[in-house]
Design a protein around this ligand. Structure first.
Ligand code: PGA
Length: 236
């Protein structure tokens, strides 16, 4: 696990964008795994800037998002579908048919999970996966206690995750209680992982991750077993 310590969020976003830009420019048909949440927003802004300056094209890129709420309309501003289009896809030349976000509104969630897993496999797997981390150590919506082998599956969100995500809704009661998420097994199959950690609220997660103890009680700890992880981190 390679750690890059940076001074602030701006540097974290620039550093992450530098890596993604390089990977896409070296491999224009790259398959990228993308994350939502506050942390990657600055990275997406940097990627949009690079696209607008002609330094980067997403035209050959295939994307897979980590997760989506269940039971929220994709047109709702809080859906991860909307998040991705507003914060990245609407502003770059990615082809809509190459964008994949789990569908949390389907009648057969199990089929959706199996299909998502199959689509990733058929794309040749994820070349680089962007990740954030929850203070409880979750990666995507894999909450503490999730099996390290899990594939894309339906999860019940932790109370702490619901409380953390309530900031995007009018109140806590509006936050969906379930989601579809790539499993830890799915994430671990990515060829490369870029974990972004920003903010004072992540201190507990940072300490546990740095301890090196690998346990299902702290999902991100499995990343110690992955051969190609870069962590970009700022305490500010
Ligand atoms: P954040 O969320 O980027 O909004 O802090 C990260 C996460 O919960 O995985």
């Amino acid at each position: 696990m390679k750690w890059i310590d940076v001074l602030n969020y701006k540097e974290l976003s620039e550093e992450a964008a530098k890596i993604i830009k390089e990977r896409i420019n070296n491999s224009p048909n790259l398959t990228i795994g993308l994350a939502t949440g506050s942390t990657p927003i600055g990275l997406y802004e940097e990627l949009i800037k690079a696209y607008k300056h002609g330094e980067l094209s997403f035209s050959g890129v295939t994307s897979y998002n980590l997760d989506e709420y269940i039971g929220i309309d994709i047109n709702s501003p809080q859906s991860y579908y909307q998040f991705m289009f507003q914060n990245l896809f609407n502003h770059v030349d990615i082809q809509k048919e190459k964008v994949h976000i789990p569908n949390g509104n389907t009648t057969d969630l199990q089929v959706e999970c199996a299909q998502y897993e199959k689509l990733i496999k058929n794309s040749g797997g994820i070349d680089i996966q962007v990740l954030g981390i929850g203070n409880n150590g979750h990666i995507a919506f894999n909450e503490p206690g999730t099996s390290f082998d899990a594939k894309t599956h339906v999860v019940k969100l932790d109370d702490s995750t619901i409380a953390a995500n309530a900031r995007f809704f009018n109140n806590k009661d509006e936050v969906p209680v379930q989601a579809i998420t790539m499993g830890i097994g799915t994430i671990m199959k990515s060829k490369e992982i870029l974990l972004l950690i920003s903010g004072k609220g992540k201190q507990e997660a940072i300490e546990k991750l740095k301890s090196g103890v690998v346990t299902e009680d702290f999902p991100a700890s499995i990343l110690h077993k992955h051969p190609n992880v870069t962590v970009i981190i700022t305490n500010n």
